[in-house]
Design a protein around this ligand. Structure first.
Ligand SMILES: Cc1ncc(COP(=O)(O)O)c(C=O)c1O
Length: 403
């Protein structure tokens, strides 16, 4: 068993993990494989405590002022350097806007780049709350087919043509090409280039949700981000510290062409409130500059590998799933003849909560999403074994017809 003190620092224990403080708390006795966020034992309380102290001492009163609208320059420089180093074309601080996380960035894009009634092209399954941000704004989601390599470029072209012919404006294409939520898929470079070519031909803006890009768990060759491949033209890449440090920071970034970044930096919300989460952004800057962020990522990846592998081992062989090379999720398709309701109900009877696939859109088969980010390796192994038993056992008889 991992000792939380050793794992995340002595101040990280869970004592305030309570309703009214955090968004959700699983019922007692249930192993919850629903949450797409980090186990409390993996949240770096001490590391950030020190980073906030460092930011306040280094910047003094400037840390408590309104921040530069676009986000503090040292953080934008550090993020631009990382983006340049991970492939594609060079990225500069003028390409970066600091956000209050990806949810906030999606909201900004939906309000600034789209009008109610516009269409958003997206994968048939995808991040459910992201899609809700679009529908809250009155945008219409239009799924584009996906094959084993990612979104189908031909289907994307056909959809763009069909909507234009029908007189509907496509505001943008929303994609999660890297360790997709919920399927875990990593789209390779060749398919990325094909998608970009279609987007260029049809004048489509792509919103690339890259929440999990830093969380590769195996030594795979990472394709450059779509935005990097496109030279920050026609693609807006959204990154977040929610999955690598902690969602409570509410901190992330938007990478795009300088004109689009300047336009968003001039929005009312940023002109009024200044840079978003200014103090958090200075604390994370301090962490990045001292090498602490990279050390944290190396540490975290090892813990996530152990968690993913424990769940996969617990489930055992013979399941219809592809072990993802990164991110937080296993996407598991049901055996022929089962329904999603049966899978979720059988899991619940075994004391394990799972997310039904239809929550994320229109899966091609009954499926569930199992998150391995939120529980210890021991609990994940046990949950995997329980699920394997639950899904092999015959369904209980209907109490009305059973005699
Ligand atoms: C694909 C994807 N985008 C965005 C988010 C939310 O990001 P943030 O916490 O930065 O708002 C999540 C969290 O589950 C996610 O999976």
């Amino acid at each position: 068993m991992e000792d939380p003190g050793e794992v995340a620092g002595p101040r990280s224990h869970r004592r305030q993990w309570l309703p009214g403080i955090v968004q959700a708390v699983a019922p007692d006795g249930i192993t919850d494989l629903g949450p797409g966020y980090l186990d409390p034992d993996l949240l770096p309380v001490d590391l950030l405590g020190d980073a906030y102290a460092e930011a306040l001492s280094r910047y003094g009163s400037a840390a408590l002022s309104y921040g530069e609208n676009q986000g503090v320059a040292p953080l934008r420089e550090a993020l631009a350097e990382r983006a340049t180093a991970t492939g594609g074309q060079p990225c500069g601080p003028e390409n970066v806007l600091v956000t209050a996380g990806t949810s906030h960035a999606l909201h900004l894009l939906a309000t600034m780049l789209a009008e109610p009634g516009d269409v958003v092209l997206c994968e048939p399954t995808g991040y459910d709350f992201g899609k809700q941000i679009f529908t809250d704004r009155g945008l219409t989601l239009s799924p584009v087919a996906v094959d084993g390599s990612g979104p189908d470029p031909q289907a994307l072209a056909d959809a763009a043509r069909a909507h234009r012919a029908g007189g509907r404006r496509v505001a943008f294409v929303y994609l999660i090409p890297t360790f997709h939520n919920p399927t875990g898929l990593l789209v390779g470079e060749a398919r990325r280039r094909e998608i970009l070519a279609v987007a260029r031909d049809h004048d489509l803006l792509i919103v690339e949700d890259d929440a999990y890009g830093e969380l590769w768990l195996d030594p795979v060759e990472m394709p450059p981000a779509l935005a990097g491949l496109a030279g920050y033209r026609g693609v807006v890449r959204l990154c977040t510290f929610a999955k690598t440090l902690g969602p409570g920071l509410r901190l992330g970034s938007m990478l795009a062409g300088p004109e689009l970044i300047a336009r968003i930096a001039g929005s009312g919300v940023l002109s009024s409130g200044g840079g978003l989460n200014h103090l958090a952004s200075l604390a994370v800057t301090a962490l990045m500059e001292g090498g602490g962020y990279d050390a944290r990522l190396r540490w975290l990846r090892k813990r996530l590998v152990a968690r993913r592998d424990a769940l996969v081992a617990g489930l055992g062989p013979g399941r219809d799933l592809q072990v993802p090379h990164g991110g937080f999720f296993l996407w598991l398709r049901g055996a022929p003849g089962t329904t999603e309701e049966d899978m979720v109900a059988a899991a619940g009877r075994a004391g394990v909560q799972v997310a039904g696939g239809s929550r994320f859109g229109l899966p091609d088969r009954p499926s569930v999403r199992l998150s391995y980010s939120f529980n210890s390796p021991e609990d994940l192994a046990l949950a995997g074994r329980r699920l394997a038993r639950a899904w092999s056992a015959p369904a209980p008889l209907d109490p009305v017809t059973a005699h």
